[in-house]
Design a protein around this ligand. Structure first.
Ligand SMILES: CCCCCCCCCCCCCCCCCC(=O)SCCNC(=O)CCNC(=O)[C@H](O)C(C)(C)COP(=O)(O)OP(=O)(O)OC[C@H]1O[C@@H](n2cnc3c(N)ncnc32)[C@H](O)[C@@H]1OP(=O)(O)O
Ligand SMILES: NC(=O)C1=CN([C@@H]2O[C@H](COP(=O)(O)OP(=O)(O)OC[C@H]3O[C@@H](n4cnc5c(N)ncnc54)[C@H](OP(=O)(O)O)[C@@H]3O)[C@@H](O)[C@H]2O)C=CC1
Length: 518
């Protein structure tokens, strides 16, 4: 049987969401490990004053493509940008481009989505559901289509605790919802959104569940695979460890902790932290595309792309590893840290609220006061308010436990040749979590914040300065407490002397007993 790279040789691939986090890794991997691939058609919209050609050419200049650039300097010639705005009728693809796609595309990878947790329902529905429907209609017209791979999320069914590799009945018939929302204004939709999404935490997971249903409706006409990754993090191995380019999910949390801004977060220590490296997701996606096209399963196969059932890692370990995160950021500090990194995880709501008050709000207030007094514009409280909003949206996922069945992932691995298992490795049993988390943290510094590793000595110097400020502040606070509360009251003074003499007695006792033992 043909290897995965052999299968993709001579094939034309259509990719949506190619400019996004996962899309970029998919494009890079296809170009590097399937050099025979004929063309990659990428649906891209113009954005922020840049044409789609400019965006794609900028994308291919980024560090992620260094390895493929070394191996084949002409790699970019295979990438064909197609102008498309997915929220528009017909995906806003020109008739010429449409004919070209219909004539030559062999495999579709649908990655585009809005992944914001606070997206208004109408927009999330437009992009995650209606655009998927439109893409499926286009796919049905393609003369040579062999597989349609849809990227969903492991949290599409997060209203359940145990999630099998099946498509569950949708919370509502997508067509009915689309028709109803069409005539409602934004205010009305906002009002009914909580009732509609029910037990799901946001419009993102809700619309991703509806999208799966829309995809399933076409499964008798197309060869379909659905990939459900959990929390996608930095790359594990490829093209190099720790590659990441956004603030989503844990990345923003790690950065905020590294900057010394985030000091506390709520998570269930015993719950699985189902992180999955982006290169693992992409390797599985390409293998699933190959399997779907070659084996043509009778029904749409769903792949829960998760780590929890195979190589579990818990939020509590991130707590310990939180220590690891902290030690990584102390050895490789982020520039211009607000405080020395020191974050803790707690499952207790009240303890978390206490630390938010003491370690977030109070320092922010003091710093803003300092900025005001020195004639600058205060901004720290605003940063903390945004951080609290983001954290409150993430805590749903870090405070609960889910169990995903991932049999199809194992089944797929069983079908790969030993060579393909190496090139398209998605065996997460080999993943070493502490090493992964360390590379992840360094990746946020290098690739998200674009900080130079050669500036680390200056950043360490800055951390030392912050430590000295803290010591000075604590000493001043102690003196202040002494002067205001203790020095003024005889009783407080007596208690103080009593405590000090008790400590002294204990010290003398231990010193004496240790001398005796020696
Ligand atoms: C040691 C302790 C360790 C504890 C670890 C615990 C980790 C827990 C993590 C739990 C993760 C759970 C994730 C669950 C994922 C579900 C999986 C998926 O399917 S789906 C995938 C998962 N989907 C998601 O993760 C999406 C979640 N995100 C959202 O929905 C929204 O971002 C928002 C609502 C949170 C904030 O909205 P809003 O306030 O409107 O803010 P904008 O977004 O518009 O950003 C504005 C600007 O700020 C920038 N920036 C951002 N963060 C930071 C930062 N930390 N710093 C600096 N800067 C930051 C940002 O780049 C932007 O810059 P620019 O472009 O303007 O230059
Ligand atoms: N990241 C994660 O943790 C997880 C992601 N997933 C799923 O993986 C897929 C990819 O996610 P990820 O790469 O992280 O997301 P990104 O937000 O990084 O990328 C989204 C992509 O969709 C494109 N897109 C958005 N709106 C439009 C539009 N109107 N017209 C054309 N293109 C559009 C974006 O293009 P542009 O650059 O123009 O904005 C971008 O290329 C999604 O389906 C998501 O649900 C699943 C589980 C976890």
């Amino acid at each position: 049987m043909a290897s995965i790279a052999d299968y993709y040789a001579g094939k034309s691939v259509l990719i949506t969401g190619a400019t996004g986090f996962m899309g970029k890794v998919l494009v890079e991997k296809l170009l590097r490990c399937c050099p025979g691939v004929s063309a990659l058609y990428v649906l891209v919209r113009p954005k922020a004053g840049q044409s789609m050609q400019q965006r794609v050419s900028d994308m291919m200049k980024c560090k992620l493509f260094d390895r493929v650039r070394e191996e084949d300097p002409d790699f970019h010639k295979k990438v064909v940008p197609i102008s498309s705005e997915l929220t528009q009728p017909g995906l806003a693809i020109s008739p010429q481009d449409e004919s070209k796609l219909v004539a030559c595309v062999n495999i579709v990878f649908h990655c585009a989505a809005t992944i914001r947790f606070d997206e208004p329902l109408k927009h999330a529905l437009q992009l995650n559901v209606i655009a998927t429907q439109q893409l499926l209609s286009l796919a049905k017209q393609m003369h040579n289509l062999e597989a349609f791979v849809h990227i969903s999320t492991a949290y599409a069914n997060c209203n359940r605790r145990h999630i099998d590799e099946v498509i569950y009945p949708p919370p509502v018939e997508p067509k009915k919802l689309i028709d109803s929302l069409e005539w409602m204004d934004d205010g009305m939709v906002r009002d009914i959104t909580p009732r509609l999404i029910g037990e799901r935490p946001n419009t993102y997971t809700y619309t991703k569940a509806l999208a799966e249903c829309v995809v399933q409706q076409e499964s008798d006409k197309l060869n379909i695979a659905i990939i459900r990754p959990s929390i996608v993090g930095a790359s594990w191995q490829e093209p190099f460890p720790g590659w990441i380019d956004n603030f989503n999910g844990p990345s923003g949390v790690f950065i905020a902790a590294g900057k010394g801004i985030l000091r506390t977060m709520r998570a269930n220590n015993d719950a699985v932290a189902d992180l999955i490296p982006v290169d693992v997701v992409i390797n599985l996606t390409l293998a699933a595309g190959w399997y779907t096209a070659v084996h043509r399963p009778k029904t749409a196969l769903v792949y829960n792309c998760t780590t929890g059932g195979i190589n579990p890692f818990h939020w509590g370990e991130i707590g310990e590893c939180g220590y690891h995160v902290m030690s990584t950021f102390k050895r490789n500090p982020l520039e211009q840290a607000f405080r020395r990194p020191n974050a803790n995880i707690t499952s207790n709501y009240l303890i978390n609220q206490y630390w938010i008050l003491v370690s977030h709000k109070f320092p922010a207030l003091l710093y803003d006061l300092y900025l005001r007094l020195s004639g600058q514009k205060p901004h720290m409280m605003r940063i903390f308010n945004r951080l609290h909003k983001a954290i409150s949206l993430l805590e749903y996922f870090s405070s609960q436990d889910w169990e995903w069945n991932s049999d199809n992932m194992s089944m797929l691995m069983g079908h790969l040749s030993p060579e393909d298992r190496k090139t398209f490795n998605f065996d997460v049993r080999q993943l070493n979590w502490p090493e992964y988390i360390e590379n992840y943290c360094i990746g946020t510094k290098k690739y998200v914040l674009n900080e130079d590793m050669s500036d680390i000595p200056a950043a360490r110097q800055h951390l030392r300065k912050l430590r000295n400020i803290r010591y000075t502040f604590n000493t001043l606070l102690l003196v202040f407490i002494w002067r205001v509360f203790i020095a003024r009251s005889q009783m407080a003074r007596n208690i103080w002397y009593f405590v000090v003499s008790l400590c002294f007695k204990f010290l003398s006792y231990f010193r004496a007993s240790s001398t005796l033992t020696n």
